[in-house]
Design a binder for this molecule. Structure first.
Ligand code: ADP
Ligand code: MG
Length: 320
């Protein structure tokens, strides 16, 4: 298969999109923004050996490449609309490409995203998506909008992807059924797109958790010039994972500093509690309150008893 077979046979697909003027096939795609909407642009790259193992299933890889980008739109409260996909692959293997593209288009269709272009080159396993989403004008969940007195909420369960990764690295062992749940999360994160859009009118600041809760909420604190108090014992995780005979420090490290969960952390006024619970119910997304935004500038972590928790590492950083 050559580059043009790949583009023509696997990427040219009929996609329903009223705003699409010109899709894949020309030097650039053309889309028409809706009047009254702001566009949001983001990009996220996955590199072989850094973000995925060489033997990853193509369907899992395609899911993750798009899902991590959808998660950035979710974190802004934006509706994802268009994606461009750039790939560097050592070869074009038919079965591999077919599985990859089927998974990619299935996830795109689920979220109403049109693939409008990209680039294909020979090289060493790099996948990059550019994503574009929209919100009604001047409505976004920005990192700089948290206010002292806000509740801090997280969606879903945290620490699962990090636990699965530690099993791969032989740092821990977990019973097969628990590992399978954690691994499913590591390979197939579920971006919280519907919740993000509901939160536009309810939350102040939001961010997706890709590099660890402590580090990622740190971005909100810095941008908003506020502090936070978080009760680590309130951070939701898999009950069966919590019940394992693990050192507490290990579990805490996964919950507070483990990456790759792609849940949302967001802040909102306490008057919105009931409305947020209703939005969570409507979108089928569990949410949990884990702390409060303070007037300080620091992140303080404690347990139920009020003991201070120190972390060895706040989260993931490629260059540390
Ligand atoms: P150019 O040489 O102008 O960069 P290409 O021959 O690389 O154009 O691409 C032809 C068309 O196929 C373009 O519309 C481009 O956006 C699209 N395309 C190429 N690779 C990909 C890809 N990996 N995913 C989606 N679209 C792609
Ligand atoms: Mg090109």
């Amino acid at each position: 298969m050559n580059e043009f077979d790949f583009i023509h046979q696997y990427l040219y697909r009929q996609q329903q999109d009223e705003q699409l003027i010109l899709g894949i096939g020309d030097d650039a795609a053309i889309v028409r923004p809706r009047s009254g909407y702001d566009l949001h642009f983001s990009t996220d790259m996955l590199v072989g050996g850094t973000h995925f193992f060489p033997d990853v299933a193509p369907a899992d890889l395609a899911h993750k490449v798009l899902a991590v980008n959808l998660s950035d739109m979710a974190a802004m409260g934006a509706k994802p609309r268009w994606a461009l996909l750039s790939v560097a692959l050592p070869e074009l293997n038919k079965d591999w490409i077919e599985a990859f593209c089927n998974s990619l288009f299935a996830l795109a269709a689920r979220f109403g995203v049109t693939l409008i272009g990209g680039d294909t080159t020979k090289g060493n396993w790099v996948f990059n998506v550019n994503i574009i989403g929209e919100t009604p004008c001047r409505q976004s969940l920005r990192r700089d909008a948290a206010e002292a007195g806000d509740d801090i909420w997280v969606s879903g369960l945290l620490g699962l992807a990090a636990a699965a990764l530690d099993v791969h690295w032989n740092k821990v062992t977990l019973p097969a059924a628990i590992f399978a749940q954690c691994e499913e999360r590591r390979l197939r994160p579920q971006p919280r797109v519907a919740l993000g859009q509901e939160l536009l009118s309810l939350a102040h600041a939001a961010q997706d958790i890709s590099d660890g809760l402590a580090q990622d909420i740190g971005h909100i604190l810095q941008a908003s010039k506020v502090g936070a108090e978080i009760n680590a014992d309130l951070i939701p995780t898999l009950t069966t994972l919590k019940q394992q005979a693990l050192p507490l420090a290990q579990l805490r490290q996964w919950l507070l500093a483990g990456g790759d969960d792609y849940e949302l952390v967001f802040t909102a006024s306490p008057v919105q509690r009931a409305a947020i619970m209703a939005a969570a119910e409507r979108t089928g997304t569990p949410v949990t309150r884990i702390g409060v935004i303070t007037a300080g500038a620091q992140l303080h972590l404690h347990d139920h008893a009020g003991n201070v928790i120190q972390l060895q590492q706040q989260g993931f950083d490629h260059f540390v």
